[in-house]
Design a protein around this ligand. Structure first.
Ligand SMILES: [Zn+2]
Ligand SMILES: [Zn+2]
Ligand SMILES: [Zn+2]
Length: 438
């Protein structure tokens, strides 16, 4: 009988009752075909591959990460609690040691969900990876975490949530934002003033093949992971880089995904996008599972696989090499970049507009972060949607210093009640979420 080298846990949650509309690419068949393939390949009969049942996350788990407007129930369904719960189940099982690695094959996805949530963007309402990570930090005392997002779209929500966190390394590999939603994830986005260098973007040109993806992993991702020394590596395992994906333009194969998974050695993988429902997803998912478990995947091929059509153009190769070199340079120079950014003290500001394409909402945000040498910094977000709802979200970060705790309390208590519909405090030191009553 076949035996997995690494004991691997799987959670399946296709979310039958959640869809944007019946013909939308984000629908339950995404996982049903995969489940069939996993049974057909006999993966669940292999000694050392186990299926786990998804827990639900709680509202408290969500509020450790998000400011939901006006509250979580307004922006989620029960499916979101189970989808994030699937990730949490895998995370707990890994840290309890009942499995060595695990893969949450769940939907709805989450990596486009920012810290503030007025609705759905890029099919995402809440960030399932971040909710899992912050739960694990609280429950298991984990500190340093790395997230490697290999979905074809930039993981802009995860980037937003960890923009100011020096203990979370976020690396996103994606199709160049000039050619694909959400239009962000460029090399010059490398983190806020308290966390310069711990956000790394690798925008790759359209038609990047296996060769290019694996080059980026070996040349940039692995050496940086080696230096950062995370206690946990999480892979946001989107599969829309596949050559047959209907909404993207990359040329990645199922075997390429399996090789990437072998190289990355993530503790936890969480499904994100991937819309070639019959032609790619079942094979890519099977490949990821086999690679996680340490099984041979050399026979793995999509029915229409043709290596001649998946040879990388020389121009594409050159662009990828340049991008990788530049990203490494930023990483190596991060301490001098921090020094330049910290010339001024006090608070740094960011002004942004965020479009919720799924729900057609436009949000305008003004964010302030206290520049701090001792912690991740008190955070203040003034957010108003074009539906006229204005809120203030204040965060006391994990491991906050006293000055940042005082600053955050001050922002929360002194906010003008006539200006904001809701005033929230996310206190990560006390693990509390408060709303000031108006
Ligand atoms: Zn092992
Ligand atoms: Zn995607
Ligand atoms: Zn501080």
């Amino acid at each position: 009988m076949l035996r997995a080298t690494h004991k691997t846990g799987l959670v399946f949650f296709p979310a039958f009752d959640w869809a944007i509309d019946p013909t939308h690419p984000e629908r339950e068949e995404r996982l049903l075909y995969t489940q069939d393939q996993v049974f057909e390949e006999g993966l669940l009969d292999i000694d050392g591959i186990v299926e786990l049942k998804s827990d639900l996350v709680t509202i408290k788990d969500i509020q450790r990460v998000h400011f939901c407007v006006p509250d979580p129930w307004a922006v989620i369904t029960e499916s979101h609690l189970i989808s994030a719960g699937g990730a949490k189940t895998i995370g707990m099982a890994v840290l309890d040691g009942t499995i060595e690695r695990g893969f949450a094959l769940v939907r709805p996805p989450g990596h486009h969900a920012n810290r503030v949530v007025h609705g759905a963007r890029g099919f995402c309402n809440i960030n399932i990876e971040a909710i899992m990570i912050e739960y694990l930090r609280r429950a298991y005392g984990i500190d340093r975490v790395a997230i490697v997002d290999t979905d074809c779209h930039h993981g802009d929500g995860t980037q937003d949530i960890y923009w100011h966190d020096p203990d979370t390394l976020f690396i996103s590999i994606h199709q160049d934002g000039r050619t694909l939603y959400p239009g962000s994830g460029f090399l010059n986005e490398f983190g806020g003033p308290n966390a310069c260098g711990t956000t790394i973007n690798l925008p790759l040109p359209p038609e990047t093949c296996d060769e290019g993806f694996l080059y980026a992993i070996e040349k940039v991702v692995l050496p940086i992971l080696d230096e950062f020394k995370p206690q946990l590596i999480i892979n946001s395992a989107g599969q829309d880089n596949h050559y047959s994906d209907p909404i993207t333009n990359m040329s990645f194969s199922a075997r390429g995904y399996a090789q990437l998974t072998s190289l990355l050695k993530a503790d936890i993988a969480v499904l994100e996008g991937g819309y070639a429902i019959e032609g790619a997803l079942p094979y890519v998912n099977a490949g990821i599972i086999m690679a996680m478990a340490g099984l041979d995947y050399s026979h793995l091929r999509e029915p229409d696989y043709n290596p001649d059509r998946l040879r990388q153009d020389a121009d594409v190769t050159r662009t990828i090499e340049k991008t990788c070199n530049y990203a490494l340079e930023i990483w190596r120079k991060r301490s001098s970049i921090i020094h330049t950014v910290r010339q001024k003290s006090g608070c740094a500001e960011r002004q942004r507009q965020i479009f919720y394409d799924t729900d057609n909402i436009l949000e305008t945000q003004q964010e302030q972060i206290r520049i701090c040498d001792d912690c991740a910094g008190a955070l203040r977000i003034d957010s108003v949607s074009d539906r006229g709802v204005r809120i203030l979200g204040v965060q006391v970060p994990r491991k906050a210093c006293q000055a940042c705790i005082d600053q955050a309390r001050h922002w929360y208590e002194d906010a003008d009640r006539n200006v904001y519909r809701h005033i929230f405090l996310q206190d990560r030191v006390k693990d509390q979420y408060l709303e000031r009553k108006i």
